[in-house]
Design a protein around this ligand. Structure first.
Ligand code: ATP
Ligand code: MG
Length: 353
């Protein structure tokens, strides 16, 4: 029996609504597999926890998480209770950094049964590999002067090591897919870091003979995500560019409520963390209409990470069938509830096995 221990952090808002649904689905998949067992340890870290304890999570608790095979996270943030930068940095960014989750992987794929906002999209299926540890999201900088002369300076940090490992990950992934890597750059406008990024891309690409490459400026690339998303396979991007591209990816899929993501630790010292792209969605909390597919698909990425690709494929195919049956939450044009969508996925999984 294969045993996987999962640290579960439902977090805030709809995180608490979609997490139990994803766990139900994982348990059904474990039953179908027969030789697989998941155990869960749940942590209450959230903005409510912050109000009570003054921290998003106790620092020493990372030690406990460290023992598990993966962290499964819902959503963090409740701006009415805690400022977003405090909640996000206190929990999400803290775990990403402490556990050296240096790569953020976000697939986007046209799902059968969902109407894309693009008028006539050709079928697209790409994955953005986002550098997750450095780049534009640095804490280096500050403010000087005041009044009319006031200025803010924000430094971006790019290291050869950081860029290389993100690019290696992208090329390795492309080997298992369509064999094509696109690099997101902006070396015509950002004159130090982006030419360096391009240079490392050249260096890394030399190691991979059979992979086709292209380099596209981020502005044009953003436009191409809308005008010809079917032409992409794997895209490697810096922290900021990757963040923006993956929101476009989620939106052309039809809803941010279905988009999955993984924060990957490469050195095996710490667990990786799986969290959907969407946030806590305060506007729909408590209505029972949050789309659970983002969290469930994120569970599929965790299964892939555990080496259970077959189960993951079964799950994604089943989700598509349920969507084609019209069982959808309002964000993708349906009338079903969170729980109804999950029930249909589970029933179909059981029927197929
Ligand atoms: P964060 O800062 O945590 O990313 P946000 O407010 O920027 O939060 P989301 O919480 O992702 O972004 O919400 C953006 C919009 O998408 C909201 O209108 C929300 O209701 C909707 N949304 C997000 N996730 C879902 C979901 N799972 N199902 C349905 N709608 C969703
Ligand atoms: Mg957001």
């Amino acid at each position: 029996m294969k045993q996987w221990e999962i640290s579960v952090i439902p977090g805030d808002g709809i995180g608490k609504e979609v997490m139990p649904e994803a766990i139900k689905v994982l348990d059904v998949l474990a039953d179908i597999h027969g030789g697989l067992n998941f155990t869960y340890k749940e942590y209450p870290w959230s903005c409510e926890y912050y109000l009570e304890h003054g921290v998003m999570m106790p620092k020493d608790e990372l030690k406990q998480l460290e023992q598990s095979d993966a962290v499964f996270l819902g959503a963090v943030g409740n701006p009415k209770l805690v400022a977003d930068h405090v909640s996000l940095w206190g929990l999400l960014v803290n775990i990403r950094r402490e556990f050296e989750q240096v790569i953020n992987v976000r697939p986007a794929k046209q799902m059968k049964g969902i109407v894309s906002p693009l008028a006539n999209p050709r079928e697209f299926d790409f994955t953005v590999v986002r550098e997750n540890s450095e780049g534009e999201y640095s804490e280096i900088g500050g403010r000087i002067h005041s009044g009319e002369d006031e200025m803010a300076i924000q430094n971006a940090v790019f290291t050869r090591k950081g860029i290389t490992r993100a690019m290696d990950y992208a090329f390795e992934l492309a080997k298992t897919r369509k064999g094509h890597v696109t690099s997101a750059t902006k070396s015509n406008g950002i004159v130090h870091s982006m030419p360096f990024w391009d240079e490392v891309f050249q260096d890394v690409s030399r190691k991979y003979d059979n992979i086709e490459t292209q380099s596209i400026h981020i502005d044009a690339l953003s436009a191409f995500f809308v005008s010809k998303p079917h032409t992409f396979d794997v895209i490697v991007a810096s922290n900021l560019f990757g963040d923006i591209l993956t929101d476009i990816g989620a939106s052309i899929m039809g809803s941010i409520g279905i988009a999955p993501a993984a924060n990957i630790n490469l050195n095996g010292k710490f667990p990786s963390m799986f969290e959907p792209v969407h946030g806590s969605a305060p506007d729909i909390v408590g209505k029972g209409i949050a789309n659970p597919i983002g969290q469930i698909w994120t569970g599929k990425m965790m299964l892939d990470h555990f080496g259970e690709q077959e189960l993951g494929t079964l799950l994604l195919d089943t989700i598509e069938e349920v969507l084609q049956d019209g069982i959808k939450t309002p964000d993708i044009g349906g009338t079903a509830s969170t729980i109804e969508v999950t029930e249909h996925i589970i029933n179909k999984l059981k029927a197929r096995s």
